[in-house]
Design a protein around this ligand. Structure first.
Ligand SMILES: [Zn+2]
Length: 406
């Protein structure tokens, strides 16, 4: 297994390595002192000093500038050295492509998003990704040789060993295509390939709503519906990378047909296509809604429904609320099985905030066991549409650090 997909776990080993200490600095915003590190690891001050000196010499961390004076008793804080280098995170969605270039402290220095169509297949899509990658670097004033590693997220189950996707329902034509090998060969850079919902969990855990939460589930509600499981501080991908396919839980027997071939799946009901279908049905049933004024009803998208809901359209709000109830039904089962500390709802549709979150919360409350949800928080993704991209950044930094500190 590739350790690049693992989040930092406080229980790794009895003798913390350089990499472990680095992660402690990395995930404590605001900096951490040598004394803090000694306390957190149980190591002696001299052992910490030795490891920190190595990290300082190799430029991984630096001492925070804080107008330090000899008389100032405040300890010097350590932080990630942003000037060490750059990595790129890419989120390849079904209908969007997002890319971010960050410095070594994961601070974005350039980011872009463009419409995308994953159904065009691997050759055309990866050509687009390639163009976009070079254009973004150009905008950031960087050469490809200055990039340390790339993290890429895709909306399907990923086989880490081969760097491919496995029968992804919403990625027709991509099965077994050597995505990682293809891009590594063009860019001559190490690349980490992951499922986008797993990256969402990682991104929100590292830099967003889920900081410090060891048991977190990220639910991606966009064109597809999927979830990323962070259990005991680690991403759980399952035996073949397929864990978290909550979108293909059957919610309505004999319901609408899903991209997977079944019918009544959560994705077919509460995903982008499902929301658009509910809107068309409402109009066909003569409901009064501003969506009715659109010229071509077949072109109504979840984005239109979300926009109308935000503007106060009652029918659109009802549709979003209904999608929330169905999402909550599937999430309640997950809550009973996993007993997570936090559920973070992200993805395009989730940008609606409480319009979607409230029905989810109520649905989970009525359908899950009290003991399983007692300490549960259900929140919106803090990074918004960027959760997966920032998760890709985490994997890219992991990939570089795993190799550099091996
Ligand atoms: Zn399905």
């Amino acid at each position: 297994l590739e350790s690049a997909s693992f989040a930092f776990s406080p229980s790794v080993g009895r003798f913390p390595s350089k990499r472990f200490i680095f992660d402690l600095v990395r995930y404590q915003p605001g900096g951490v002192s040598r004394a803090d590190l000694a306390r957190q690891t149980g190591l002696t001050r001299s052992a910490i000093t030795a490891i920190v000196n190595q990290l300082l010499e190799s430029g991984f961390v630096r001492e925070q500038m804080q107008g330090y004076r000899a008389s100032n008793r405040k300890p010097v804080l350590l932080e990630i050295n942003p000037a060490k280098g750059w990595v790129v995170g890419i989120d390849m969605g079904v209908t969007h492509l997002a890319i971010v270039v960050v410095d070594f402290s994961a601070h974005p220095i350039a980011e872009f998003e463009t419409p995308f169509d994953i159904t065009l297949g691997p050759e055309k899509c990866l050509d687009m990704v390639n163009d976009f990658f070079y254009k973004t670097l150009e905008n950031a004033g960087l050469q490809p040789t200055e990039i340390m590693a790339v993290g890429l997220g895709v909306p399907g189950p990923v086989w880490l060993e081969s760097g491919t996707v496995c029968s992804p329902p919403i990625m027709p034509g991509w099965h077994n295509y050597p995505i990682r090998k293809h891009l590594e060969a063009i860019w001559k850079l190490p690349l980490s390939l992951s499922n986008d919902a797993e990256l969402g969990a990682l991104g929100e855990w590292a830099y967003g709503a889920g900081r410090g939460e060891k048991n977190l589930i990220y639910i991606k509600v966009g064109s597809g519906v999927g979830c990323g499981l962070l259990l005991n501080g680690r991403i759980y991908s399952g035996a073949r990378g397929c864990a978290g396919e909550i979108g293909h839980t059957i919610i309505i027997e004999g319901g609408p047909t899903c991209s997977c071939g079944n019918s009544g799946c959560l994705e077919a009901i509460a995903g982008g296509a499902g929301i658009a279908r509910m809107a068309r049905e409402a109009i066909a049933n003569g409901r009064r809604t501003q969506l009715d004024t659109m010229n071509d009803l077949d072109k109504i998208t979840a984005r239109d429904v979300a926009a109308a809901a935000r503007q106060g359209d009652l029918v659109a709000q009802q549709i979003i609320s209904e999608a929330g109830v169905y999402l909550g039904t599937a999430i309640a089962t997950l809550v009973n099985i996993i007993n997570p500390g936090q559920i973070v709802v992200g993805g395009g549709v989730a940008q609606l905030g409480d319009l979607l979150l409230e029905p989810i919360r109520q649905s989970v409350e009525t359908r899950s066991l009290l003991s399983c949800r007692e300490s549960l928080r259900i929140t919106a993704a803090v990074l918004g549409r960027r959760s997966s991209c920032m998760g890709a950044v985490v994997t890219a930094l992991n990939l570089y650090c795993d190799r550099a500190m091996a």
